[in-house]
Design a protein around this ligand. Sequence first.
Ligand SMILES: [Zn+2]
Length: 338
Amino acid sequence: MRQTILYGPRDIRFEERTEPVIVAPTDAIIRLSATCVCGSDLWPYRGLNDVKEPMAMGHEYCGIVEEVGSAVTSVRPGQFVVGSFCLSDNTCPHCKFGFQSSCEKREFMTGAQAPLARVPLADGSLVATAEIPPEDLIPSLLAVSDVFGTGWYAADAARVQPGSTVVVVGDGAVGLMGVLSAKQMGAGRIIAMSRHKTRQDLALEFGATDIVTERGDAGVAQIKQMTGGVGADSVLECVGMKESMFQALDCTRPGGSIGYVGVPHGVEFDGEMLFFAQKNMMGGPAPVRRFLPDLMNLVLQRKINPGKVFDLKLPIADVAEGYRAMDERRAIKALLQP
Ligand SMILES: [Zn+2]
């Protein structure tokens, strides 16, 4: 089969590799129904993370189980499954506490931008549907695997409640999914910070009530002015840069909460500043497995449509164009069809 390999900055190839096989008895092999390019794939693509050797790309996935290892009991060949990008056993103390993304056996999914992929820790990572879902729900089910699961975690970590005032920093795919999540959780006001018309439109469609185009101190001033000088109850930080992180902190009211899911790059905090700020901060890689059953049900019941975040659909052989389009911000998120 052919699969997606990153060789170095902006060097994505779709090339012949051997098909994955069961390595550990806890593995499953799945045939991908769809996969996609993640914003985090752009870090090594842009050369911001070192690529020491060719990397098999792709960690967002759903599809049909082809084969399972001898120890796998919860899924079987022929079932449609969605899995978390963080692989977990779902039985250790951290998993039981709802933090499967800190599982004692944690691994990160790779190699999913391909027709077939090996999923380690299949019992703990995969959730099967009762029936094969209709084709039109595949993009939304795929979104649960990471981008929507991560947006949901941002809202959960920011303690969004019915009636909350929420600010979403970042208008990438995760930020937009954060808007949808806050809406689903009953937020009263959702302010999306975005400068791009197509992303603003999608944010409004997903439930944003206001758009703020200013950034940095001007953006914070705007949020303060909109909230009577108070700040927001919950802020979702979905970028991971210094400016966005401080924008998120400064938009939050004392006692309020920040859910930060953008992987921080070059962000440092001063202890005394944090002490006097009095704000809750929770973030990290999303424990998608905690939310997977509920979010899959919301999709299967057609209550939400996170798959709308995919504004570019390509045959997987054109994966390099998917990376280019996202890198150049011509696309919010590229869906790849094997
Ligand atoms: Zn675990």
